[in-house]
Write a protein that binds this ligand. Structure first.
Ligand code: ZN
Ligand code: ZN
Length: 361
């Protein structure tokens, strides 16, 4: 087996150094995005165990063929019951200290594993792999750029046909269809099309409301290409807009631009969030900006780091994050403007391509 190379041997060896740093015999990885990142297995269920000498992927019968094809560098072991499969493997190898993803393992599974492996210590590893994943290499960036290009084309096609009188669901369905036609393997989350008073709900579900003059329409969408997500929001207008709606659009756009100016290697995520929040607050709309300023994007649409008030994270060159300020006035309307950027040493590169100047349909 030794001569078969992992597609990403460097990533697995980073995990091995985590083992020696924390004196672990092995680490158990169950987040499918982390498994895909480390060994390339794209199934939705499995358990990856990495020890100093072995990389073993445990899967159930549905995934045996796929696991063999996708992860030639791992030993593949079949289980009927996941917890029993893991405990048998641990017992066979005599592992005493196992790291696990504390934000992934359920309380029930932890209880079952701990009670079936009485001589083994289970050591939580918080975010170690997510931090590795936050810095994107060239191959990952090209997948992200491709996901963005697909969704950009889809948006342009759909918006060229969008008219007042169309309902939110119609636009959302068209956008999903177009992203798939352009080559997306999936949408990265349920597309949001929220018009009029619905646009004041940051996570509205597209419904039967028809676009009407005076509406702001928040459209949040993204696609997946080779596992990597895009995430972008355009707010468009059905003219003419009320003075308040025009004003909040400009405030959100300015807040977004200020964040883009400030993003660079070494900046604290919470400082970027504060900059945006203070700006919106000074304009009198602080209470109407109800979510974080942004988040990392990659194999998961929301991943480390988070740009919020409490974040301890520092931006690093190679991270891909969103900037998405918003103002939502209940019963009236809302605006969100979201771009993806690549953090660079002295600034950032905007990855998303659609212009964010106010557009009327
Ligand atoms: Zn979004
Ligand atoms: Zn987002």
């Amino acid at each position: 087996m030794g001569q078969i190379r992992s597609p990403h041997p460097d990533r697995v060896s980073r995990i091995r150094s985590l083992l020696s740093d924390q004196e672990l015999d092995a680490v158990l990885i169950q987040n499918p995005a982390n498994i895909f990142y480390l060994v390339g297995f794209s199934g939705s269920d499995g358990a990856l165990l990495i020890s100093g000498a072995k990389t073993v992927l445990l899967v159930d019968g549905r995934y045996i063929t796929q696991a063999g094809a996708e992860t030639p560098s791992s030993e593949i072991v079949e289980y009927r019951d996941k917890t029993k499969g893991i405990t048998r493997f641990i017992a066979e190898n005599g592992f005493r200290r196992i790291g696990f993803e504390s934000s992934v393992m359920s309380f029930q599974q932890h209880h079952d594993l701990a009670s079936q492996t009485s001589g083994t210590d289970w050591i939580p590893i918080a975010r170690g792999i997510e931090e590795l994943r936050s810095i994107k290499d060239a191959e990952e960036l090209s997948c992200i750029r491709k996901a963005i290009a697909l969704s950009t084309r889809a948006f342009q096609i759909v918006m060229a046909e969008a008219r007042p009188g169309m309902c939110e669901r119609e636009i959302a369905i068209e956008l999903d269809y177009r992203m798939r036609r352009e080559g997306a393997e999936n949408v990265s989350f349920s597309t949001i099309v929220a018009s009029g008073e619905n646009s004041a709900l940051p996570h509205a579900k597209p419904g039967s409301r028809r676009l009407a003059p005076g509406d702001l329409v928040v459209i949040d969408f993204g696609s997946v290409y080779r596992g990597y997500c895009s995430d972008e929001t355009c707010t468009v207008a059905v003219g003419p807009l009320s003075p308040v709606n025009k004003e909040i659009y400009q405030i959100v756009k300015d807040a977004h631009d200020i964040a883009l100016e400030a993003i660079k290697d070494g900046a604290f995520c919470r400082d970027i969030d504060k900059l945006v929040r203070d700006f919106i607050d000074n304009k009198g709309y602080g209470p109407y900006f109800s979510h974080a300023t942004g988040h990392g994007v990659g194999l998961e649409v929301h991943e480390f780091p988070r740009l919020n008030r409490l974040s301890e994270a520092v931006l690093k060159s190679g991270m891909v994050i969103t900037v998405e300020p918003g103002v939502y006035i209940p019963g009236q309307g809302g605006v969100r403007i979201e771009d993806m950027v690549l953090v660079r040493e002295h600034g950032c590169e905007k990855l998303t391509e659609l212009p964010k100047e106010l557009k009327f349909i």
